[in-house]
Design a protein around this ligand. Structure first.
Ligand code: ASP
Length: 591
């Protein structure tokens, strides 16, 4: 195969018995047994046991004695069956071993900062500092391989459909896509800055104007967001766009991509078509725009049950335009203290309170508030929530958003399975055009280049107007978003206006883009899949860092290289930049 090997150790099987092989890899583990040395030799294909008997081994005794974990070695030997009783059915190569006749150390290793062995946990900051060692772990190399498999599968689907892979610049002008831009100072134009792209959004739209009818890119995106778990300042999207396309064309393409990726990475055929649910439905039934549909426990409206109730807390909420809703959390086996904890959780999530009820064996309801409710109300609640003996029913009365949020969170807390083999994709469609900021302002729910369903509606009732945007959700995580775009410059100007961006401001900031729209822009639509998130779910990883080769901490630091770092005074001078104050990071780096 190469100068260094004739086979990959991890691929050897019973059928190789009797062959002489030359292998190269790392000492994953070394055990000495009665003078004989057993080494787990690891290479990119896996692990194979090699056995070195110093008696018949020409390698100097000293070399053998000094052999340590993570030394890089090359061996020659005979593939042979493991002695009776020592085969290991857990290992792919567990039937055989290699009896070594020649061993050469290609390079030695310093004392390791942590054990590479999967069975030992290491502190994450340390793992990131020595990422090149961390990536030697089986779990991490499997993540890297799956990432490569997934991206290859995406490319294959899109290539077959005659998409063009086009690169777009990473030094761009700042555009409003919702997050803070990462800025790069210009030396030739001191005082001016490039932004790193939050996504290739406007460039891919320009490509549609340019007549590229099918575009995709595995694109690096940058968002200078405040630290939140499971976000990175730098991340990867599978970005795509099509002309003469509508929502269905995008969703059909996404479905083909999702199915191919899951098939190649996990060997699972997903049920098709991927179901669709409106945003309004998702919010009402699951209290979130990214429902985990692996389990039921849906939110039910109890407004009719409690209309005119004698129980003040419910009646007053309904009178004030609020809602009373509940979930059947199933048989949780909670004690009084367990329910008290749920009430506290609901309060932490913003509810004024939480009413709990337990269905008794005779079908009656036990609850601290039962005495305030009529028999009819109790019977109707049990019926509406389909209560069976032992079930815990949880009810919240408040403003619609609060109720959705609280019940949605409790639902996840009480019902979310950890079974990641069950992959539930979902398209959430018909998002609103705008979402409210905490101070009551309106911002685009997607981005300002998204087509509203009706301009009229967007102007007259901006708070409820719908847009032509959609999300892809997998097991309760948002995998990505997209929309049908505005291709009419007049409409684009109107949307800016509703957003409070004046014609002058729009011209100053996006004149170049608005002008492009005036040259025969085709109707177009697109999407971007968050590659890191997608792969982390497929690999059962809790955090996207685990599927990124060289991730950063939550504050955007790289413990391996020390980025971000200071620069020479001369560099700053050239850029016309003066550093006013250096702020020490004091917040937690990882969680
Ligand atoms: N550029 C958008 C984003 O990054 C995706 C899209 O609309 O295609 O969310």
């Amino acid at each position: 195969m190469t100068k260094y090997r004739t086979a990959h150790g991890g691929t050897l099987r019973g059928s190789d018995i009797g062959n002489e092989v030359q292998l190269a890899g790392w000492v994953a583990r070394r055990r000495d047994h009665g003078g004989v040395i057993f080494v787990d030799l690891r290479d990119a294909s896996g692990i194979v046991q090699i056995v070195i008997n110093p008696e018949n081994n020409p390698a100097a005794d000293e070399v053998l004695r000094s052999l340590r974990n993570e030394y890089c070695i090359m061996v020659t030997g005979l593939v042979r069956p493991r002695p009776d009783g020592t085969t290991n059915p857990e290992m792919a190569t567990g039937e055989i071993e290699v009896g070594v006749s020649r061993l050469e150390v290609l390079s030695t290793s310093d004392v390791l900062p942590f054990q590479i062995d999967e069975r030992f946990d290491a502190d994450e900051a340390r793992r990131l500092q020595y990422r090149y060692l961390d990536l030697r772990r089986e779990r991490m190399s499997a993540n890297l391989r799956s990432r490569s498999t997934a991206i290859r599968a995406m490319r294959r689907v899109l290539d077959e459909r005659e998409f063009l892979e086009v690169e777009t610049p990473t030094l761009v002008v700042s555009t409003p896509e919702g997050a803070r831009d990462m800025l790069v100072p210009s030396r030739l134009r001191p005082g001016q800055f490039y932004a790193l792209p939050q996504s290739p959004q406007l460039f891919k739209q320009l490509l549609m104007v340019a007549g590229v009818e099918r575009y995709y890119q595995v694109a690096r995106c940058y968002r200078d967001e405040d630290f939140r778990s499971d976000r990175q300042v730098e991340f990867t999207q599978l970005d795509l766009e099509g002309s003469f396309w509508d929502q269905d064309d995008v969703l059909e393409t996404l479905e083909a991509i999702a199915a191919q990726v899951v098939k190649e990475v996990r060997g699972i055929e997903i049920p098709r078509p991927i179901p669709r649910m409106s945003y309004a439905d998702a919010m009402a039934r699951y209290g979130t725009d990214k429902p985990d549909t692996r389990f039921g426990m849906e939110i039910e409206d109890l407004g009719e049950v409690f209309a005119g109730s004698d129980f003040r807390a419910f009646a007053a909420t309904l009178d004030d335009g609020g809602v009373v809703r509940g979930i059947n959390a199933g048989s949780q086996g909670l004690s009084r203290a367990g329910f008290d904890k749920l009430v506290a959780d609901a309060q932490d999530l913003g509810a004024k309170g939480l009413v709990w009820m337990v269905v008794e064996d005779d079908g009656s309801l036990r609850s601290p508030v039962a005495k305030f409710l009529s028999d009819r109300e109790l019977a109707d609640v049990a019926a509406k929530l389909d209560g069976k003996p032992g079930d815990a029913l949880l009810i919240v009365a408040d403003r619609r958003e609060v109720v959705g949020n609280v019940l949605g969170e409790l639902r996840l807390q009480l019902g979310q399975p950890d079974n990641h083999d069950d992959l539930h994709f979902l398209f959430v469609i018909d998002f609103p055009v705008f979402e409210k900021t905490p101070d009551g302002g309106l911002v685009p729910a997607h981005h300002p280049f998204t087509a509203p369903l009706s301009v009229e509606e967007m102007r007259t009732s901006p708070e409820t107007a719908l847009s032509r945007s959609y999300d892809m959700v997998l097991n309760g995580a948002e995998l990505g978003s997209g929309s049908v775009r505005i291709h009419d410059p007049e409409l684009q100007a109107q949307v800016f206006e509703v957003l409070g961006i004046s014609a002058e401001q729009a011209e100053a900031r996006f004149g170049w883009f608005l002008e492009a729209l005036r040259y025969g822009t085709p109707p177009h639509a697109g999407f971007a899949i968050g590659v890191d998130r997608f792969i982390s779910i497929l690999q059962n990883e809790q955090n996207i860092r685990e599927v990124m080769p060289f991730p950063k901490t939550q504050t955007g630091a790289d413990p391996l290289t020390g980025a971000p770092g200071r620069v020479e005074e001369g560099q700053l001078e050239e850029l016309g930049i003066e550093v006013r104050a250096e702020v020490q990071a004091t917040w937690p780096e990882l969680s």
